[in-house]
Design a protein around this ligand. Structure first.
Ligand SMILES: Cc1cc2nc3c(=O)[nH]c(=O)nc-3n(C[C@H](O)[C@H](O)[C@H](O)COP(=O)(O)O)c2cc1C
Length: 179
């Protein structure tokens, strides 16, 4: 990507992936991005589980009733967890790390999608967090924020149209209700 703004204009969630494997050095670069993410008081409360095994990806795709299907078909998924005891801003910290990974992936020409886990439930009513932790042997004290799916893009998304951005959400000097 030539410049960062262009990357943002072109980034969209990608839910369909080709079978092409992600090179190991790309995975390392994406994980480096996560480990360089800023965190409140430098608490770095996150830990990440990289899942490549197809059968496990299929299992994880059932972590919630809807919206988790991309996990089954991605090349690799990164489970974003954090320890709430290590930082009261763990949700923000983990969200920034996940976003860093998504942007880094985009820069490498990969597609990604955030799959929300926190506050979601399986079709049977089990917490998605518990489901993911049980399957991946993640300690009970950790919380699972989301799963970032990754892979080479197998769908085309249109770039953002600058004319359609929600400028009415921006207030100058003070809040003014829009007519
Ligand atoms: C907090 C959060 C939770 C999301 N959860 C899901 C999800 O569970 N499944 C999914 O397919 N996409 C999920 N997404 C992706 C959004 O649907 C997507 O970012 C949004 O529709 C805007 O589209 P774009 O990313 O293509 O620009 C999530 C995104 C965020 C930021």
């Amino acid at each position: 990507m030539e410049n960062f703004h262009e990357l943002l204009v072109n980034r969209h969630s990608i839910r369909k992936y080709t079978d092409t494997e992600i090179p190991g050095d790309y995975v390392k670069t994406i994980l480096e991005a996560a480990l360089m993410a800023p965190s409140s008081k430098r608490s770095q409360p996150w830990q990440f589980v990289v899942v490549e095994e197809k059968r496990m990806l299929e299992t994880l795709s059932h972590c919630k009733e809807a919206g988790a299907a991309p996990i089954a078909h991605c090349s690799l998924a990164i489970v974003v967890t954090a320890d709430p005891e290590k930082g009261d801003a763990w949700i923000e910290d983990a969200a920034i790390a996940a976003t860093y990974m998504q942007l880094q992936a985009e820069d490498l020409g990969l597609g990604s999608c955030w799959i929300q886990i926190r506050g979601r439930f399986t079709a049977d009513g089990m917490s998605a967090d518990e489901y993911v932790k049980e399957n991946l042997n993640i300690p009970a004290n950790m919380m699972v924020l989301c799963i970032v799916t990754l892979g080479y893009k197998d769908e085309e998304r249109k770039p953002f149209n600058a004319d359609k951005l929600l400028w009415e959400r921006i207030h100058l000097d003070e809040w003014r209700e829009q007519e």
